[in-house]
Design a protein around this ligand. Structure first.
Ligand SMILES: Nc1ncnc2c1ncn2[C@@H]1O[C@H](COP(=O)(O)OP(=O)(O)OP(=O)(O)O)[C@@H](O)[C@H]1O
Length: 501
């Protein structure tokens, strides 16, 4: 006999969420049941009798599906039976012994599930991204609670004021923004000469505040006499950025080629339009989070564009990073390119494609693909070329630089955009001609301040926190954006790529 009963409406909702919410081949309805239980447990007051389900007209589930009751460990020895743990959680939630009263346990479990489903019904609709919804409902509130707890325990403001006083800097704290990995103090300097004093004294300030190895970063803002000082949070208070908002952000964006990367210091989503960039350089030392950042860019491109709208030309001299993208319908030349001869022919094909597109545009009396797409005179996909490690490529064949420079100079108007990544942002790899034609730049942690200058025309990236912490300079903008990139895991890639395939 079954243990958990749903009415007909709830059963329909579970079915709909399984197919249109999870969007995952082989998803089970009981996954939704488990999520509904989690949602209900996130509400502090117990569900009342109004959530008691009628035992007819809908689907039924066994405890084994809902709590794993009696299930043996899987092939890898991972536990699958969480019944005792769930009984303990419900007992403590309801302050009742639900170990000895099986009937009551099932009844409370059933109520929670029905309440969770009722929450899903009122908060989710088919046009919403279910993963994004779950993130907002289940993950973000916990993260925010932790953040507030961290904030109240922070005495950093007092420490900072004292350190500024010791340095002889006369400034007042205008605003504090607390991000996932640092606090940004906006300081109003009483007179501009204080800027040099502060700049020279940043190391001393760090020492005075006991910041150990995590260096503060000082930068200008667009406001007169206001500077920002980014001070890293203690390691145990730093948060990793989840990629959950990626698909929804991209889906809602009005940009032509929306790219989502993560969060700003004030916790807002950060994304940009690659069509406006129009080419991008991503630089960072090994382990800085460059590949993860590139995955965020590729997944944004994949989730926001059908193969008819966008093609991806991928060059991966390392042969591992882009392997998961082999076989996706968006691939230009239908494979990820790793070897130098293939890279040569891919780039030469792209240059030919650029020339051909120019001819096609001339035929319809247009000079720009954006306009031709908007007025319907041409229907061509945009193309994004992504190179995983530029240095590996150019060290094997310097001739390839010629193709890249031609594309960087002229491909924008025909809808071809470049994203070039490198561990080695030095002048041998990034020659003046290539660099000056790639106006938007992402700089992750680099080893030397001179490298930071090459990438974003300013020092500072050598003091970043690593692991996806980045400074971004967009084409035509003066102010830098400090962004914490999302941690894209293999599972995230598999999920999004699986959907695209
Ligand atoms: N945004 C992020 N949030 C949290 N951790 C991250 C983030 N990005 C990267 N990391 C961590 O840093 C590790 C290295 O990241 P990644 O492979 O992207 O570095 P990389 O710069 O490409 O290095 P390499 O050039 O050697 O491949 C990851 O395995 C992950 O543990």
């Amino acid at each position: 006999m079954a243990d958990i009963f749903l009415n007909a409406d709830d059963s329909r909702l579970v079915k709909e969420l399984t197919s249109f919410g999870l969007k995952y081949d082989g998803a089970h309805q009981y996954w939704i049941i488990r999520l509904a239980l989690t949602k209900s447990l996130s509400i502090k007051t117990p569900p009342d009798q109004s959530f008691d389900s009628h035992r007819t007209g809908g689907n039924q589930f066994h405890l084994r599906q809902v709590t794993g009751y009696g299930a043996a460990p899987d092939d890898n020895g991972n536990e699958q039976d969480f019944d005792l743990a769930i009984r303990a959680i419900l007992s403590s939630y309801h302050e009742e012994d639900l170990f000895s009263d099986n009937k009551k346990y099932k009844n409370f479990l059933n109520r929670h599930i029905c309440r969770g489903l009722s929450e899903f019904r009122s908060g989710w609709s088919r046009s919403h991204d279910f993963y994004g919804y779950l993130y907002q409902e289940l993950v973000e509130p916990v993260a925010n609670e932790k953040q507030i707890a961290g904030e109240t325990s922070s005495s950093r403001l007092e420490q900072l004021k004292e350190a500024l006083h010791e340095l002889g800097v006369s400034a007042s704290v205008k605003e504090i923004l607390r991000g996932a990995r640092l606090e940004r103090f906006l300081l109003y300097l009483n007179d501009v000469s204080q800027y040099d004093v502060l700049k020279r004294g940043v190391d001393k300030l760090s020492f005075q505040m006991g910041l150990k190895n995590s260096a503060p970063v000082l930068s200008h803002t667009s406001e007169r006499k206001v500077v920002s000082l980014d001070i890293p949070l203690p390691k145990n208070e730093q948060r990793t950025i989840s990629p959950a908002p990626l698909e929804q952000w991209v889906g809602n964006s009005e940009f032509k080629i929306p790219i989502w990367l993560g969060q700003t210091v004030s916790g807002e989503d950060f994304g940009f339009d690659l069509a406006e960039a129009p080419h991008l350089l991503v630089a960072g030392t090994t382990g800085s989070g460059k590949s993860v950042c590139i995955h965020s860019i590729i997944l944004s491109l994949l989730s926001g564009n059908s193969p008819e709208k966008l093609k991806l030309a991928l060059i991966d001299p390392k042969q591992v990073e882009f392997a998961p993208y082999n076989g996706i319908p968006q691939l230009y030349d239908s494979k990820v390119v790793s070897f130098i001869d293939d890279a040569d022919s891919l780039l030469s094909n792209l240059v030919d494609e650029m020339e051909e597109r120019n001819r096609l545009l001339a035929d319809v009396n247009e000079s720009n693909l954006d306009v031709a797409l908007a007025n319907g005179s041409l229907d061509l996909p945009r193309i994004v070329l992504v190179v995983e490690e530029l240095a590996d490529l150019l060290m094997q064949s310097k001739e390839l630089e010629g193709y890249l420079v031609r594309l960087a100079q002229k491909a924008r108007s025909v809808g071809i955009h470049l994203v070039l990544a490198t561990q080695r942002p030095d002048s041998t790899i990034l020659t003046g001609l290539l660099r000056s034609n790639i106006p938007s730049r992402i700089c992750l942690l680099v080893q030397k301040s001179t490298e930071s200058k090459i990438v974003i025309d300013e020092t500072g990236s050598e003091k970043l926190l690593g692991k996806g912490d980045m400074l971004i300079k967009m084409s035509g903008e003066q102010e830098l954006h400090r962004v914490h990139g999302a941690m894209i895991t293999e599972a995230d890639r598999t999920r999004i790529v699986g959907r695209v395939r």
